[in-house]
Design a protein around this ligand. Sequence first.
Ligand code: NAP
Length: 290
Amino acid sequence: MSPMILDGNAAASQLRDELRQKITALATQGKQPGLAVVLVGENPASKVYVANKAKQTKEIGMLSVEHRLPAETSEADLLAIVEKLNHDPAIHGILVQLPLPEHINAEKVLESINPDKDVDGFHAVNAGKLAIGMNALVPCTPLGSVYLAKMYKKDLSGLHAVVIGRSNIVGKPVAQLLLQENCTVTIVHSRTKNIADICRQADLLVAAIGKPLFVGADMVKDGAIVIDVGINRVPKPDGGSKIVGDVDFDAVKDKTAAITPVPGGVGPMTIAFLLANTLRAFELSEARNH
Ligand code: NAP
């Protein structure tokens, strides 16, 4: 049987429609969630991400505020902007685009964001809350990854999930979310022995390592759900470049029950969940203020 291709573009578009409806309803009460995005420097990929975020934020009716700062901006000036946004009642979500220039301590900046406005979910307070099952703002890519898996199988309970990668922004939070879904979770990383053997035991395999086409058919169990978080730019044989995932889609897909493509899988879900997190931060702030 051919696998279900988990279409992130379609799912993200549907999510944005749902958010637009909720935001339109809020507008009738004179309320508007607001997202501020801060970009430091001229990283071309970051500029594209930030432009996309702003466009999608406006399209669903949210307030979008952009701070584009020169690469030589000092850490103190950046911290001052974050502090101002922390106290701005029109702003419910703050995102500082990574990577930051080398002279700025990214961890210090991320920790300076008010955890209630930390829509990336990277703050230690939110990471800690996620780990102990408290109401947290959860990182967007992990939310998108689990959402896509649940499009194929609503109840992931009891599945053996193997997560390849243990970064704070993808691997660890994906694993936490899958634990909350009652999966049995194994995390593998660069020091793990016999990765292929472990991956072959996975009912649900999440690849988040940043190694092009790392997961081949020999690493996938028949009928597995495969979620590919990787985004890798590789040269094309005839010149130019293209984006591929961490999973060798063509080699693996016919073994799977469901699989995400790259591009068009997890990628589009990330911004959709950034918007969802901003609405959530708005709702939590409303609840605190009433
Ligand atoms: P990262 O911080 O570089 O972490 C990579 C993880 O993979 C590390 O835990 C590393 O293990 C592990 N790893 C590396 N090589 C490995 C190997 N040969 N075998 C097993 N594990 C290995 O990367 P990240 O930020 O989590 O991102 C992972 C991928 O997801 C990248 O391609 C990135 O572009 C993509 N991404 C996509 C989105 C999206 O919107 N779809 C968002 C974020 C990231 P150690 O800890 O042992 O070093």
